[in-house]
Design a protein around this ligand. Structure first.
Ligand code: F6P
Length: 336
């Protein structure tokens, strides 16, 4: 049996550990052949592939990025490379040409959508959820999230001392796309005083009251964690907008930090390495059992899978009933 594997969308820690989990199980345990497709769906359009061997899988567990490369090519959407070509048909033709029996897609929401569409056309596909944003429907966690939260929490920890020394308000913007998972988890773990996420509307007066109340209680500095996806009403970055509003409303010197791509780089945490290994292994099990059209998913501590058609087009967002929000509010943290 010949399996192909690709990584698509933004990279994140744990992709290589997942490639390793899929390929070592497929090659060493099941005697399959594995073809690595370069640069996501772009490589399926151009037949850019290499045969992976046990040797090419060494040193991957803690390696950031993706050895296969990635792209944001979406073959069912207009744009990208080969704009005048029927890309889904070309992909099907290339899958036949390369002798691929099943395609493993490692990616975020866009990738799950593409995988679902290919599956609906009859291509044998299984997928693994990958994103620091943790916003993929149907899985409790995606790998990459824990690593990003660790990096963001470390950054917030470091802001406390400089904020305290200067008696400033420090605003830190973290990633997450349209979801507030990274802001919520790192904000709570890092002791943020205000946490703003796209799912909960905010009013600048509530934020200012929280900061001024802290000042009255002898706490002259505050940490504000904002998700990049909050609405600002202007074109400014979330952190810049919020920092300016806070300084204007409180009169306290305020600085902003945008953490950016550091959250996506470097090696995965032990939690993400093990999640990647388990998810990659399970993807291979799905192939062996002929359970195509499914995405590997974590539910509680169990790895299982759900139909791609159920995942595609949905977003998993934070709700106000999440226990970190409920508990945070009870402890006086302002969510807007
Ligand atoms: O989805 C992962 C993510 O890092 C988001 O948090 C962020 O909004 C986006 O990707 C950045 O995308 P790009 O790599 O295209 O700049």
């Amino acid at each position: 049996m010949r399996v192909a594997i690709l990584t698509s969308g933004g990279d994140c820690p744990g992709i290589n550990a997942t490639i390793r989990g899929v390929c070592k199980t497929a090659i060493n345990h099941y005697g399959m052949e594995v073809l690595g497709i370069h640069s996501g769906f772009q490589g399926l359009l151009t037949c850019d592939a290499e045969l992976l061997t046990d040797k090419s899988l060494s040193g991957l567990l803690n390696l950031g990025g993706t050895i296969l490369g990635t792209s944001r090519e979406k073959p069912f959407k207009k744009g990208g490379i080969m704009p005048d070509v029927d890309k889904p048909a070309l992909i099907e033709e290339n899958i036949r040409k390369l002798g691929i029996d099943c395609l493993v897609c490692i990616g975020g929401n866009g990738t799950q959508k593409t995988a679902a569409k290919l599956s609906a056309r009859g291509v044998n596909v299984v997928s693994v959820p990958k994103t620091i944003d943790n916003d993929i429907w149907g899985t409790d966690f995606s790998f990459g999230f824990d690593s990003a939260v660790n990096i963001a929490t470390d950054a917030i920890d470091r802001l406390h001392s400089t904020a305290s020394a200067h008696k400033r308000v420090m605003v830190i913007e973290v990633m997450g796309h349209k979801a507030g998972w990274i802001a919520l988890y790192s904000g709570m773990a890092g002791g943020g005083d205000v946490i703003l996420i796209p799912e909960i509307p905010y009013h600048i007066n509530n934020i200012a009251d929280t900061i001024l109340n802290r000042l009255k209680r002898g706490k002259p500095y505050s940490i504000v964690v904002v998700a990049e996806g909050i609405s600002t009403g202007d074109n400014k970055r979330a952190a810049v907008h919020i920092a300016q509003e806070i300084e204007f409303a409180t009169g306290i010197e305020t600085r902003e930090t945008v953490l950016g791509y550091i959250q996506r780089g470097g090696s995965p945490t032990p939690f993400d390495r093990n999640l990647s290994t388990r998810m990659g292994g399970h993807a291979t099990e799905l192939i062996v059992n002929g359970s195509y059209g499914r995405m590997v998913a974590l539910s509680g501590d169990k790895i299982g899978s759900i139909p791609l058609q159920e995942v595609a087009g949905k977003l998993k967002l934070v709700t106000e009933a999440h226990d970190l929000v409920v508990q945070g509010r009870r402890m006086g943290i302002c969510f807007g």
